[in-house]
Design a protein around this ligand. Structure first.
Ligand code: NDP
Length: 340
């Protein structure tokens, strides 16, 4: 490394900066920022990997419900090595990961070679996962695992029948498919990208259904029971269409809003079939619970070679283009930002 370059990298770091360049128009560029720009939090981390999530796409394209002020660096996930920790909890060199809380929302996020965060946001990298693998999973993996946990806690068993997963080619969806298949469930994967059916079957999907399969249920108060359980990453009308088609005593773990936040509902599936609507949040979850789920994902719920099938490695410079894909609902699997 040339002397000048070496000096730059000691005093500054590369980061994505999202700026409002005209009313309602946001640009994402990769810039060099001085280390003094980092927030005044105790744990400084040299980020080796981050990953793209739907929420990052919202932040990168100016959604003020996610990010109030711009210029801003998005990235709700980051993994890397502790550089310094004035709280004393982590030794320099410790391998750690951060997902959720305020990272990438109103605190400068993981699309950068450095972050500074409160110690309460930082989890040790679980044994058995590499930094890169932890970001293939990222918030999406944590959320998928929490959805599966919710179903198991509600009593889900493979013999009950098929489990529906909506938004199946997305980050949360694809990991939910792989995880449920690993645990022995027959997964019906719902997608708007039928051309990716092979990808879904390679992750373990039992069958692949066109998103349009659910549309006719919109006009019904309750429909024929088809699936035992479901993971819904899509929200909106889709969520209630799924609820209408669950078998007696079934439930849906609801985590997403890729198609919308609102839906019209009635009480029939709840009072005639005892259906449960199980909400899932992976963002504000206490760190102790996040750490417990990470141990599971690194151990008994490790999805091994499926992780590689799901992952596509991209550079920080490529991240804006891939965020645009996610924003349009065109993403497939997980995009890992490699900053090594
Ligand atoms: P992705 O963008 O990776 O995946 C979303 C998928 O949803 C798309 O690939 C597509 O899959 C499907 N989809 C997109 N638009 C529509 C539409 N209009 N109608 C129906 N389906 C659509 O997002 P993530 O996996 O990162 O996140 C999924 C959702 O989960 C998001 O809403 C996100 O905000 C939420 N989330 C919630 C968390 C929580 O803590 N509750 C944590 C993490 C994510 P396909 O083409 O296969 O149908």
């Amino acid at each position: 490394m040339a002397a000048e370059e070496q000096k730059n990298s000691e005093q500054s770091y590369r980061a994505m900066l999202v700026e409002e360049v005209a009313a309602g128009k946001y640009d994402q560029t990769i810039v060099r920022r001085p280390l003094s720009d980092l927030p005044a939090h105790p744990v400084r981390i040299a980020v080796s990997h981050s990953s793209l999530n739907y929420k990052d796409a919202l932040s990168a394209f100016g959604n003020r419900a996610i990010t109030r002020e711009y210029p801003h660096t998005p990235g709700i996930d980051a993994a890397g090595t502790v550089v310094q920790d004035t709280s004393g909890r982590f030794q320099p060199g410790a391998r750690v990961l951060v997902t959720g809380y305020d990272l990438g929302m109103n605190t400068a996020g993981g699309f950068a070679e450095r972050i500074a965060v409160p110690a309460d946001w930082v989890a040790p990298l679980p044994e058995g996962l590499s930094l890169r693998e932890s970001m293939i999973l990222g918030t999406a993996g944590l959320t998928a695992a929490l959805c599966v946990e919710k179903l198991l806690e509600a009593g889900a068993k493979p013999d009950d029948g098929e489990v529906l997963v909506t938004g199946a080619t997305g980050g949360v969806g694809s990991i939910a498919v792989a995880l449920l298949a690993k645990l022995g469930f027959r997964v019906a994967a719902v997608t708007g990208k039928l051309e990716s059916a092979e990808f879904l079957t390679s992750l373990g999907a039992w069958k692949v259904l066109d998103r349009e399969t659910l549309a006719p249920f919109a006009n019904k108060a309750i429909a024929k029971p088809l699936w035992a359980w479901a993971v819904d990453t899509v929200g909106g009308e889709t969520l209630f269409n799924v609820i209408k088609c669950l078998k007696y005593s079934g439930g849906v773990a609801a985590c997403g809003m890729a198609s919308g936040a609102q839906f019209q509902a009635n009480v029939f599936p709840f009072i005639l079939r005892g259906i449960s609507l199980l909400g899932v949040d992976s963002v504000e979850l206490p760190l102790s619970k996040k750490t417990e789920v990470w141990q599971k994902l690194a151990g008994p719920w490790y999805i091994g070679e499926q992780l590689e099938q799901i992952a596509e490695d991209i550079s920080l410079e490529q991240a804006p283009e891939f965020l645009a894909r996610l924003h349009r609902g065109h993403g497939i699997g997980r995009y890992v930002v490699d900053m090594t």
